[in-house]
Design a protein around this ligand. Structure first.
Ligand SMILES: [Zn+2]
Length: 246
């Protein structure tokens, strides 16, 4: 009789497990969040806040980008960098396979970690998840090298995040005339032009040329073609340059 009870219990457990598995198979698995606390530790409330923002952002993004990969690894780290111009949060998409994103949050941001999370985490997640959707990753990138390609892929992520979250001053396009001149500069660069110089900090003082020109080009392509950011996100950098009139 005891043996019968155990057998019955096992059957029930198997049924429950298979039910859970089939539910997981039907829906994309959620992100896997880890905290890299080698340098500084997150408080319990900061971790809870991060988990809430990720859950909400991911739910929204998956309705917009249904083919986003499953089970995205997101690693969080506290840094002491000055990230004020981007709301205290930055990130990078490290690999497509496995889908991996690194997020850095600055403890120097006015108001601290919590203020930075509230200001810019959703913005950063929309940006980095758009990269995963396109396959624009540092290690196993699906695109050719070259600053014009980088400008388009970053521009798409910037505009996607601006359309659905908030805009950051650091990525705003310059005036049209300036943006046109910058576009011509980027198009004339050799394929192996220095990434740091053209995407982040030019020795002449200009910052984020690739991001800001990319924002301009993507918005110009949208205006000229009537396509929205989701439609444009399906296209190659060459196609987007064409739609923008180049
Ligand atoms: Zn990016």
């Amino acid at each position: 009789m005891k043996l019968f009870r155990i057998a019955l219990l096992v059957c029930i457990l198997v049924a429950i497990t298979s039910c859970i598995n089939s539910k997981n198979n039907a829906e994309p698995a959620n992100s896997i969040i880890t905290f890299n606390e080698d340098a500084s530790k997150f408080s319990a409330s900061e971790k809870q806040l991060i988990q809430g923002v990720i859950l909400e952002s991911e739910r929204e993004i998956r309705t917009l980008l249904p083919t986003l990969p499953d089970s995205i690894n997101i690693s969080f780290e506290i840094v002491d960098w000055d990230l004020d111009v981007v709301g205290g949060v930055t990130g990078r998409t490290e690999t497509n396979s496995p889908p991996t994103v690194f997020i850095q949050i600055s403890e120097k941001y006015p108001g601290g970690i919590t203020a930075a999370i509230q200001k810019a985490l959703k913005h950063t997640i929309f940006h980095e998840f758009h990269h995963l959707y396109r396959g624009w990753a540092i290690q196993d990138n699906k695109f050719e090298p070259g600053i014009p390609i980088a400008a388009i892929n970053e521009g798409l992520a910037v505009v996607f995040s601006e359309e659905y979250t908030s805009a950051m001053e650091a990525d705003s396009p310059p005036e049209d005339e300036v943006a046109e001149a910058w576009t011509q500069e980027l198009l004339a660069l050799p394929q192996n032009a220095d990434y740091q110089t053209w995407m982040f900090q030019h020795p002449d003082g200009r910052q984020s040329i690739g991001y800001r020109t990319g924002n301009y080009l993507v918005r110009k392509a949208m205006a000229e073609s009537g396509k929205n950011i989701l439609e444009l996100s399906e296209l190659s950098p060459d196609n987007i340059f064409q739609l923008a009139g180049y």
